[in-house]
Write a protein that binds this ligand. Structure first.
Ligand code: GLU
Length: 276
């Protein structure tokens, strides 16, 4: 049997907030209770959105909270050559193409209608690179949500600003790191069919997926990294972890010290209890 490898893959666009703590705790416990290892990957491929110092603070906060990676931390900013190779391979196989469309050219649905599939209109300039999707829905079985079916359009894999898109980088690195299970926030659920389509095109194995319930703020909207209303640090680490466990439906005893809390969590972790 392949050993289980899980990961937590924060973007350094702000400090650790409660929503990312929930993903960290869920991915950590799923990996540890399967006797596997847990890795951290810093998804720093979008410099305009990066908040200086946040990668360092996220890693330090995770350690203070009792979660330490079982291997070196991978920084996506060091992986550009690998993303380029994957892009070249897709272009070479005819599974990607240049696109001249701007945001204005897209329909309101945001679904790309395939305008540049057969070449760029004369006089227009190539801007981004898109994946050539099979016109078939993609399906996978999520560990919590069951069968998920979604349409895959020709999504962007290299942006008009020259940066590699999250979808491409995440697939290349989940493969490189030998990730067997992806546990992350349900806000990314819609991306998963795209990632699976890319894995197939690149001949990578598809990991197991588990999408956790999304943490909402008081306004009912998803918490964002920039949401300073819910910082994780600045409260007692055991309290923060215990709060995340409760959000995930677990029932830790009150007032355990951090190491006792983790021992309890590893012994009693039950994904069946996660609210669906
Ligand atoms: N970097 C993404 C984020 O922080 C998560 C990516 C993933 O888990 O696949 O939202």
């Amino acid at each position: 049997m392949t050993p289980v490898v899980g990961r937590f893959a924060p973007s350094p666009s702000g400090d650790l907030h409660f929503g990312s703590l929930v993903s960290a705790v869920g991915s950590y416990l799923e990996a540890k209770t399967a006797g596997g290892s847990w890795l951290i990957r810093i998804e720093d491929i979008d410099p305009p959105r990066e908040v200086s110092g946040s990668a360092r603070r996220i890693i330090a906060d995770l350690e203070t909270l009792g979660m330490k990676a079982d291997g070196p931390i991978l920084y996506q900013s060091t992986r550009l050559a690998a993303y380029q190779r994957a892009l070249d391979m897709l272009l070479g196989k005819g599974l990607a193409y240049s696109c001249a469309c701007t945001r204005k050219d897209l329909p309101a649905s945001g679904i790309y209608p395939g305008t540049c599939r057969n070449g760029i209109e004369k006089g227009k300039q190539a801007r981004s690179v898109r994946f050539l999707a099979a016109d078939l829905p993609e399906t996978f079985t999520d560990r919590l949500k069951g069968v998920v079916k979604g349409e895959v359009d020709d999504f962007i894999i290299r942006r008009a600003d020259g940066l590699f898109a999250y979808q491409l980088a995440v697939v290349v690195d989940d493969h490189l790191q030998g990730i067997t299970q992806v546990v992350r926030g349900g806000d990314i659920l819609d991306s998963t069919v795209r990632q699976i389509a890319l894995q197939k095109a690149l001949e990578f194995t598809t990991p197991q997926y588990m999408h956790l319930p999304v943490v909402l703020g008081a306004d009912g909207k998803k918490l964002s990294k920039r949401d300073s209303a819910h910082p994780v640090m600045g409260q007692d680490p055991a309290h923060a972890v215990s709060h995340a466990l409760r959000f995930l439906g677990q029932n830790p005893p009150d007032n355990l010290a951090l190491d006792m809390l983790w021992a309890w969590a590893i012994k009693h972790w039950n994904p069946e209890l996660i609210p669906r």
